[in-house]
Design a protein around this ligand. Structure first.
Ligand code: ADP
Ligand code: MG
Length: 269
């Protein structure tokens, strides 16, 4: 189905210079509730952006739009230079079929508050499932890569454990390793430490910190201001479906300009 022309989508710069994510006036409603009211945001390649803001401000919905779990109503969203959900042919945009949507989604890793591991599979089975099915990797190849990633998150010795025998923090580190097995070009984190006991948060943040320093492009919704200050290149403050303020982490956290940002930061500190 042809749905749009591409005046604003013209792609003239080489892919390597395009941002990893670009949102231009993205809007999304659920029924009569407008949740995203024109979000503008850019995430450069290799950049770590922390998204903060009150509950209900649309942060999760925005992440879900990036990997096309939600469809935007208007405005436009690009990932890696391609309009999310569409393919450009000539100067027209054509809506993607399910197969291509799934293929593109495999290039974006997503880690949620609740780990969503398959409970009936061991850690290693959780990790090799998607690479085998979606990337057609052999069992040996997928296993080798998975063990390397378990090393990276400090859980190689748990490869044959079932998720229920792991702590929440360990499960979340497995979930991160599982996302990385797909060799994503972008990682989305939606409050990855919010469900954890406080003493387990540090190990998960340490894994995310390593990932950030390896050059991964990351969008992280979090209330962990210490992490945001240390690791994020930029902090974006969401309120009521819009980006109210953004800038270098240090500036937005220590010296917020907007009154709503100031009030929010006072409350989470
Ligand atoms: P945040 O992550 O910032 O807390 P969300 O994006 O989860 O915010 O939600 C923003 C608003 O959208 C909330 O009012 C929420 O109830 C509503 N919402 C989110 N997803 C849906 C949905 N699938 N159907 C209806 N309302 C939704
Ligand atoms: Mg949320």
């Amino acid at each position: 189905m042809t749905t749009a022309t591409t005046e604003s989508a013209s792609v003239t710069r080489p892919a390597s210079e395009q941002p990893m994510v670009r949102a231009d006036q993205v809007r999304k409603s659920f029924g009569r509730l407008e949740v995203l009211k024109g979000v503008d945001l850019t995430i450069a390649r290799g950049e770590v952006v922390c998204m903060v803001g009150p509950s209900g401000s649309g942060k999760s919905t925005f992440l879900r739009c990036i990997n096309h779990l939600e469809r935007v109503d208007s405005g436009r969203l690009w990932v890696d230079g391609k309009v999310v959900g569409y393919e450009q042919r000539g100067n027209k945009l054509h809506e993607l079929g399910d197969k291509e949507i799934c293929r593109r989604r495999t290039q974006i890793g997503m880690v949620f508050q609740h780990f969503n591991l398959f409970p009936h599979m061991t850690v290693i089975e959780n990790l090799i499932e998607a690479p085998r099915l979606a990337l057609k990797q052999s069992k040996a190849e997928a296993t080798e890569r998975a063990l390397g990633l378990l090393d990276q998150v400090g859980l190689r010795d748990k490869s044959h454990a079932y998720p229920r025998h792991l702590s929440g923090g360990q499960q979340q580190r497995v979930a991160i390793a599982r996302a990385l097995c797909m060799q994503p070009k972008l990682m989305l984190f939606d409050e990855p430490t919010s469900a954890l006991d406080p003493e387990l948060v540090g190990d998960v943040l340490a894994v995310m910190r390593d990932l950030a320093s390896s050059g991964m492009t990351m969008a992280v919704v979090t209330h962990e201001m210490g992490f945001a200050r240390d690791v994020a290149d930029r902090v974006v403050f969401f309120d009521a479906g819009q980006v109210v303020e953004e800038g270098p982490a240090e500036q937005v956290i220590n010296n917020p300009r907007h009154e709503r940002t100031q009030a929010f930061l006072r409350a989470v500190r």
